[in-house]
Design a protein around this ligand. Structure first.
Ligand SMILES: [Zn+2]
Ligand SMILES: [Zn+2]
Length: 52
């Protein structure tokens, strides 16, 4: 399983969820388990949308 960089905290993580940005639908948002639990916000690298 590949490591991915969490979009919220920037750490590399093995346990993550990946989903398309709800605003632009183009960029993939990666969030680690910890950021999911703490509801850390992410920022879309493409359109700049920030959200939980
Ligand atoms: Zn994270
Ligand atoms: Zn976006």
């Amino acid at each position: 399983m590949a490591l991915r960089n969490c979009n919220s905290c920037g750490r590399q993580t093995k346990e993550f969820v990946e989903f398309p940005c709800p605003a632009c639908g183009e960029a993939k948002i990666v969030r680690c388990q910890q950021c999911r639990e703490t509801v850390n916000s992410y920022k879309c690298p493409k359109c700049g949308r920030e959200g939980p």
